[in-house]
Design a protein around this ligand. Sequence first.
Ligand code: FAD
Length: 257
Amino acid sequence: MNIFVLLKKTFDTEEKIKINDGQIEEDGAEYIINPYDEYAVEESIIQRDEHGGEVTVVTIGDDESEKQLRTALAMGADKAVLINTDEDLEDGDQSTTVKILESFFDDKEADLIFAGNVAIDESSGQVGPRLAEALDISCVTTITSLKIDGDTASIEKDVEGDVEMVESALPLLVTCQQGLNEPRYPSLPGIMKAKKKPLEELEIDDLDLEEEELEPKTVTIDIFLPPEKGAGKVLEGEVDDQVRELVTLLKDEKKVL
Ligand SMILES: Cc1cc2nc3c(=O)[nH]c(=O)nc-3n(C[C@H](O)[C@H](O)[C@H](O)COP(=O)(O)OP(=O)(O)OC[C@H]3O[C@@H](n4cnc5c(N)ncnc54)[C@H](O)[C@@H]3O)c2cc1C
């Protein structure tokens, strides 16, 4: 089976994020594999081990993205491709990303493409479904279980906490949701092996794309942190009095009742 994983490098939202002039400061930011893409890498390895074939992890990124690709290789992926846009493109949005990926997949004959449900930084959840549409293949989002039998995939997907069961023919693109699996940590032998696994680097010029196709269709106007939360208020006294005060505060101060 010819399996691909779309992997995005994101900044670690558990770390302190600094914003300067409407842009996230890259200096000092910690970068990780988008957590939903870890489920994607894990599932690709599970499916390859069961059905045979090869897992290729693909990212559109910069020189620094090699680190996340090597981690995916250390987890067990077979090959990695870095489409490095650093030199060629300054601006891009989901449309740019999908155009680049569409061109990359043109001659790949993928059976299965795994993406994350959403990237934790920009969170549009667009890349997977848009790519499936561009490649004219089926797409199932937020999957929590995947069984493949021949050319048919039986899938469970998360629908706001409920489960929907879907069947689809391959080729197929799925986006991965928490609960699908427990991503493994790279083992020491895995890390050693990953150093020797193939990591191909492509540039925009290597793909069959016109400059106009890559122009972003959206503009990010501003990025800002949420306002600092004020201190909480502790109500005191008898419970009845506390309830009365709470209702008054919700009505008059917060205006939510
Ligand atoms: C050349 C270029 C320049 C850019 N410049 C800017 C900029 O100046 N400012 C800015 O804010 N953003 C920039 N971006 C990022 C872009 O706006 C989005 O972050 C990107 O298109 C993905 O959208 P998302 O984060 O909403 O992902 P989602 O659609 O939420 O991601 C879902 C899944 O899609 C896959 N995916 C997403 N992104 C990638 C990727 N890069 N490679 C492989 N798989 C991926 C992953 O599997 C991910 O889990 C640029 C992108 C490109 C290609």
